[in-house]
Design a protein. Structure first.
Length: 378
């Protein structure tokens, strides 16, 4: 009897161990950097999807009430995922994205257009860039973050399930309100940094985060990273996303009926800390996306680069893309970033890489850059 029970438990345990790669591997986990052996084991167990074409631009693209009765804020449930982006966190907490925090690229593009009026090109470029490095290209699912803080200790999982928290590909150093990777938690709101955000809004914007505040705070965060983070890396793509994200609170978190582009500290706290729209929030008055980034850069121009030998050793990296070499952002991203994560994809993974890279290029087809086909064509 005893030995029978023992045998049953033993069989159960070995069964669990045997299937553990698929049990432990979430449908939204990134397949980047897995070995050929791991891929051969995991990919056949995933539900493979043929990625659909992204949604087009909004039909009505003016301002409108988006904090409506169909999209109430709800607190997190046990397994809900939130991450480093206050925009996507807010969309999930209001049900513009699945409240779980796991979404398809098409759902993300729809949500950022519908609720924030992000323009179609920016929405598609940012989403497919994120999906290519952080999403699951077989299932067509992407997590908007790490695991929620609410569930206690993280369950064991492969190193690659980080979603948008995966460091140095999309998530990066010198965020306004998240600490650098070097300091540990790189995605939760950091209260010290958020205090600085509020303090700068008071000192330079009369209580509002406006363009002047964005310029001063971006400069301050870069200087802090140079002086305190020995591994500070400010090369592309982070070089671009840092300036773009500094513009987002002005472009997207200010009510579309308000001609003065400044975000009050009370409303900033709702978005950044609570993932919540203010009462009666209207989206931006016209499609937009990062158009203020160059104005933020121009106040304190800095070359893309990194600390090469400890703190205060910031050195320009001429191989990085910057505002003068924008096609290099696309080229380096495709060849170095994606190419490094997926050196030899086969089967459905290769097919979906080709499809998603095509969607990424479509988002910048008017830019004059040359499309690359590192994995061939279908
Ligand atoms: C379109 C898809 C989007 C993706 C994939 C995305 C992803 C991200 C990621 C990964 C970060 C963290 C970068 C870092 O600081 O290390 C971030 C930051 C940020 N995102 Fe998004 N985002 C998207 C759209 C939006 C939208 C629509 C908004 C505004 C409504 C927004 C607002 C922000 C802001 C303000 C930050 C900076 C946070 C900080 O520096 O503390 N994002 N986003
Ligand atoms: C917004 O919609 C109008 C009317 O359909 C259109 O003419 C305009 O090009 C759209 N703007 C953008 C930036 O898509
Ligand atoms: C918040 O950020 C500061 C400055 O980057 C860092 O020193 C501190 O350790 C961070 N706090 C937490 C709780 O992560
Ligand atoms: C930001 O607000 C401050 C305080 O009102 C003001 O002096 C500054 O000109 C504003 N910046 C911009 C770009 O409007
Ligand atoms: C906060 O947001 C709401 C809704 O968009 C807006 O009506 C209100 O004016 C904002 N508050 C301030 C102080 O700007
Ligand atoms: C790998 C990575 O970039 N992300 C880190 C962000 O912070 C979490 C929580 O501290 C770490 O577990 C991740 O490794």
């Amino acid at each position: 009897m005893l030995s029978n029970t023992f045998y049953t438990i033993f069989t159960l345990i070995s069964a669990i161990i045997h299937v553990s790669p698929s049990l432990a591997f979430p449908s939204y986990g990134s397949l980047a950097s897995l070995s050929e052996r791991e891929l051969a084991e995991i990919v056949p167990r995933l539900q493979s999807t043929n990625p659909p074409k992204p949604p087009g631009p909004l039909k009505f693209n003016g301002t409108k009430l988006v904090h409506d009765s169909a999209h109430p804020w709800k607190p997190l449930e046990r397994d809900d995922i939130r991450g480093p982006c206050p925009g996507l966190n807010t969309l999930a907490s209001h049900g513009y994205l699945p409240r779980s925090g796991v979404a398809t690229p098409s759902q993300i593009i729809n949500a950022v257009q519908e609720a924030f009026n992000m323009d179609s090109g920016t929405a598609r470029f940012v989403t497919y860039a994120a999906h290519l490095v952080d999403g699951n290209l077989v299932t067509d699912l992407l997590s908007i973050g790490g695991k929620t803080r609410k569930t206690g200790p993280d369950p064991p999982a492969p190193a690659s399930v980080g979603g948008l928290n995966t460091h140095a590909v999309f998530e990066g150093d010198s965020s306004m309100t998240r600490a650098d990777f070097f300091f540990g938690d790189n995605h939760s709101l950091n209260e010290t940094l958020f205090k600085q955000f509020i303090d700068f809004s008071n000192r330079f914007g009369g209580g509002f985060y406006n363009l002047t505040v964005a310029q001063e705070l971006r400069h301050q965060r870069v200087q802090e990273s140079i002086a305190t983070n020995p591994t500070f890396d400010f090369t592309a793509p982070r070089f671009f996303t840092a300036f773009a994200e500094s513009s987002f609170p002005i472009e997207f978190f200010v009510d579309g009926r308000n001609p003065v582009r400044g975000l009050s500290t009370v409303n900033a706290t709702l978005f950044f800390r609570d993932s919540k729209f203010p009462v009666d929030f209207f989206r931006a008055a016209a499609p937009t996306g990062g158009s203020l980034a160059l104005d933020i850069f121009a106040a304190y121009p800095i070359a893309a680069g990194k600390n090469v030998n400890g703190i205060n050793t910031y050195t320009p990296d001429p191989t990085s893309a910057d505002f003068d070499k924008q096609c290099l952002l696309y080229t380096n991203f495709v060849t170095k970033t994606v190419g490094g994560l997926y050196p030899k994809p086969t089967g459905v993974l290769r097919r979906n890489l080709i499809i998603n890279l095509g969607f990424l290029f479509d988002a910048i087809e008017d830019s004059g850059c040359t499309e690359l086909f590192p994995y061939g064509k279908l």
